[in-house]
Design a protein around this ligand. Sequence first.
Ligand SMILES: *[C@@H]1O[C@H](CO)[C@@H](O)[C@H](O)[C@H]1NC(C)=O
Ligand SMILES: *[C@@H]1O[C@H](CO)[C@@H](O)[C@H](O)[C@H]1NC(C)=O
Length: 208
Amino acid sequence: MHTPEFRIHFVAFVRVLTLMAFMVATKGWNAAADAQIDEGVSSGDLMVHAGKNISFVAANSRKERCKLITRVIFILNITKVGEYACEFACNLVIVDIPDGIESIGKCAFLCCSSLTTVSFLTTLRLIGYCAFQYCSSLENVDLLHTNLEELGQAAFSFCEELKSMTMPDSLRRGGRHVFHGCSKLVPSNINIKDADAVLAHLRSQQLL
Ligand SMILES: *[C@@H]1O[C@H](CO)[C@@H](O)[C@H](O)[C@H]1NC(C)=O
Ligand SMILES: *[C@@H]1O[C@H](CO)[C@@H](O)[C@H](O)[C@H]1NC(C)=O
């Protein structure tokens, strides 16, 4: 159920004997990776994410280790990127959100200040509260080919370099301050209170 590429990266931080045991029992892959997330973070520049929510406190306590992360891979068959999953990963440049992911949890990519490229696929429906806040290298976000319905409060706030954004027609709700502090995207400090405002605003900016 996992791609060869995933297995190659997984091997990098799981003990050989453990690995062999899992190769026998394929269904062990998910559970094992789940338990290894923090180990993955501590052992180098790769993070494996299995959809778990990280607490605010836990995210803060692993802040220094997260700064080392340059690559995140997502375990197959998960539908959510967990809350605070990649917070403080300030050396992360590219993220491929895989197909199957329906929601990106709150603060998932908060303070990923080197992030320039995020690819989103069709299954995506929700981007949570502050999910990409302070992603200050993000210049273009293309959500056109997703089924995005909701953008959480402050989801892209303080993305200071954000210049263009494409949205799908499926968008129905936008929280407040979605683009607060994105001075290059829109006239600065816009508060967007509801979907109509989001849509009208984006249309007026010819972003839709
Ligand atoms: C993560 O938290 C959200 C919001 O509290 C909750 O809806 C979701 O089920 C949680 N996910 C997991 C995997 O615990
Ligand atoms: C993962 O997804 C594949 C393809 O949709 C499916 O065949 C498989 O049963 C799933 N595995 C788990 C553990 O959900």
